[in-house]
Design a protein around this ligand. Structure first.
Ligand SMILES: CC(=O)N[C@@H]([C@@H](O)[C@H](O)[C@H](O)CO)[C@@H](O)CC(=O)C(=O)O
Length: 316
């Protein structure tokens, strides 16, 4: 059964953080405010739930279901799309999460490669993806390519080639890698209705030039409003402005990297910038000192301040 036609996803998609309370339990009650924050403060109307940023691999299946449910419910009428990542080390669990995502009204599912017992070759990975997709044949299916974290570095292009023959619901790619040649090949050889979504926020502009339709990333949680301007400038052909904005976001990210940027720091930064009580990360990640997040937030504020003052206006 082919997936029903849905509006093609594009633009910015926030890879969401998982709210936890002080006891380390998931705290879905924050999600309603989180949705409003993304829409009203960041102009971001699509989310990627239970991915890397959401620490999905550290969550139980039940927790992932509860979070997916809450995002779908709270996003109704406010968000354009809720994509749920359902990849697990266990095929059975991935299938269970895929079925659940369909039941709760997700707009799509994404799957990353298993990374403990790794697929021996691209066909093993394609089979794994196929078996997950079959559990929710009506949901658009995205392959989530993240070689740096999975250690599975087959070219995304090799995974995509002819994949619609084995996964009729296949819908697109979330490419979180730096190999722009591989990304370009994916764009070049895929049907135009498959969204090609890029996942390294610091080099989005390069991916746009290569044909990306949108972007999934953690920093769009708190820099979405700025990066939306980058997208607008790019659409208008104002590459000077688009590049200036990309440089600004790179400044923030490179400063953060010097402070030891990881998902834990990122989450604390989001708490500081948004005021949302997202809580600590889950072990093995460790909470970062608030001072460190504050320092990054201050840098971000400086950059956004400069943006506000018009320093990014188109240069002649
Ligand atoms: C490895 C990683 O966490 N990458 C982030 C990026 O948004 C990343 O934080 C950003 O480019 C800064 O380096 C996203 O691609 C992750 C993501 O989309 C997800 O949470 O699934």
């Amino acid at each position: 059964m082919a997936a029903p036609q849905r509006k093609m996803i594009s633009g910015l998609i926030a890879a969401t953080f998982t709210p936890l309370n002080d006891q380390g339990e998931i705290n879905p009650s924050v999600i309603e405010r989180y949705v409003d924050y993304l829409v009203k403060e960041q102009g971001v109307r699509a989310v990627f739930v239970n991915g890397t940023t959401g620490e999905s691999m550290s969550l139980s299946v039940e927790e992932r279901k509860r979070l997916a449910e809450e995002w779908c419910q709270r996003g109704k009428g406010k968000l354009d799309q809720v994509i749920v990542h359902v990849g697990c080390l266990s095929l059975k669990e991935s299938q269970e999460l895929a079925r659940h995502a369909a039941d709760v009204g997700a707009d799509g599912i994404a799957v990353i490669s298993p990374c403990f017992f790794k697929p021996a070759d691209k066909d093993a990975l394609r089979k794994f993806l196929q078996h997950v997709a079959k559990a929710a044949p009506c949901l658009p299916f995205y392959y989530y390519h993240l070689p740096a974290l999975t250690g599975v570095s087959f070219k995304a292009m090799d995974i995509l080639q002819g994949i619609e023959d084995i996964i009729p619901s296949f819908q697109g790619l979330k490419f979180s890698g730096s190999d722009l040649m591989d990304f370009g090949q994916c764009v070049h050889h895929s049907p135009p209705h498959w969204p090609m979504l890029y996942g390294m926020d610091e080099q989005l502009l390069a991916a746009l030039v290569m044909g990306a339709h949108g972007a999934v990333g953690s920093t769009y949680n708190y820099m979405g409003c700025v990066v939306n301007r980058l997208l607008e400038a790019y659409e208008k052909g104002d590459y000077v402005l688009a590049r200036s904005i990309q440089f600004q976001t790179q400044e923030v990210i490179s400063y953060a990297v010097k402070q030891g940027f990881d998902t834990a720091v990122n989450k604390q930064l989001m708490c500081v910038v948004s005021g949302l009580p997202l809580g600590p990360p889950r072990l093995p990640l460790q909470e970062c000192p608030r001072e460190r997040a504050l320092a990054i937030a201050r840098r971000l504020q400086e950059v956004l301040g400069r943006t506000e003052e018009g320093a990014l206006e188109t240069q002649p």
